[in-house]
Design a protein around this ligand. Structure first.
Ligand code: NDP
Ligand code: OXD
Length: 312
């Protein structure tokens, strides 16, 4: 019997996703009718979804078996009261690769003091110190999920001592892992560079507040590719202005696009990137969607199913 998959991830994405999805369904041996309209919601077996989609009322999709999100983050759908079927988030190799490149790139930028060298092309030969090696530069990874672990592995591979922090205790080879409130304080106390790869949930909102920033060694740097609300914006600016924090690289914001008048743009010690740390690439992500449909059809558990109580 034909399976119906409704692409509700935005009209602008349909042209680039249609072909990779069809190819992935064929590769998986699935007979899927892929459509970008749902004239008969009761006929839809799976919804392919993205935050910001016009689809907000899931109640007419009475036979739908799962909503398959093409983003890793689910904060804009997880609390939807009409969503009473499994929700799966995106975990795919390209997302992880992109995040690893973004995080290692910005960690190395801070570690090597690249900004100072770019700014110092003035004829002065400043050979006044031996720069530290990676092994002398502890990095904290807040969040040890799919992306946090991939980044932690890449950084340990480069020789950085990595401290990891998660909600539940985790073990990651080569990473000093902590959990809970006490673990948070211990992780921050040593970190010269902090990377936030936590989901946005009621528990993580404003996790990087004045108190957390004060726990860092003076002059630490922050990289946030997680979500904007993880950070208390005013506390961040105050910590930068006071020199407690040396620099911040921010990829995600409470409001996106970040409004032109937002103080982050003009701050001399903030780098803004436009939510590009890790993009979902249709070619690889389509295979994850196909695999989840195959699982749904054969009664196997879905991959990457969101725990709606936990919020991620
Ligand atoms: P995962 O769900 O795999 O991992 C989340 C991690 O955060 C887990 O280790 C989890 O702990 C930890 N965590 C959650 N809540 C808490 C808490 N209250 N206290 C401490 N730790 C907590 O997510 P991913 O790694 O796949 O993605 C992380 C986030 O990255 C996404 O939610 C999204 O917001 C963001 N993202 C950003 C992109 C960009 O381009 N900027 C692209 C893709 C994702 P535990 O291990 O115990 O469950
Ligand atoms: C995601 C993102 O959640 O792009 O996938 O932020």
């Amino acid at each position: 019997m034909t399976i119906t998959a409704y692409f509700a991830a935005g009209a602008e994405r349909w042209p680039t996703w249609k072909e990779p999805l069809s190819a992935a369904f064929a590769e998986a041996g699935l007979d899927v009718t892929l459509t970008d309209t749902a004239a008969d919601p009761a006929a839809v077996d799976y919804i392919i979804y993205a935050p910001g989609s016009p689809l907000q009322d899931f109640s007419p999709f009475v036979n739908c078996k799962a909503v398959l999100n093409i983003w890793a983050g689910v904060e804009r759908i997880v609390g939807n009261p009409t969503l009473r079927i499994p929700l799966c988030r995106m975990v795919d190799p390209s997302l992880s690769e992109g995040m690893v490149e973004y995080v290692t790139g910005h960690v190395l930028r801070y570690h090597l003091d690249i900004d100072a060298h770019l700014a110092g092309q003035d004829g002065v030969w400043r050979h006044d110190r031996v720069p530290p090696l990676a092994g002398e530069r502890p990095v904290a990874m807040l969040g040890l999920g799919a992306l946090g672990q991939a980044c932690a592995r890449a950084l340990t591979g480069l020789g950085f001592p990595v401290l990891g922090w998660s909600r539940t205790p985790r073990e990651v080879a080569g990473v000093r892992c902590h959990a809970g409130d006490d673990g948070f304080a211990r992780t921050l106390a040593e970190a010269q560079i902090v990377v936030t790869l936590l989901p946005q949930t009621p528990e993580t909102e404003n996790m990087i507040d004045a108190d957390a920033l004060a726990r860092l060694p003076r002059g630490a740097c922050l990289i946030n590719p997680g979500r904007g609300p993880l950070i208390d914006d005013a506390a961040l600016i105050a910590a930068l202005d006071a020199g407690q924090l040396a620099h911040a690289t921010l990829d995600v914001f409470r409001e996106e696009p970040l409004p032109p008048e937002h103080p982050f743009w003009a701050h001399p010690r903030i780098t803004v990137t436009p939510h590009i740390a890790a993009e979902t690439r249709p070619r690889t992500a389509a295979r994850v969607i196909a695999e989840n449909i195959r699982r749904g059809e054969s009664g196997e558990p879905f991959l990457h199913q969101v725990d709606t109580n936990r919020g991620y």
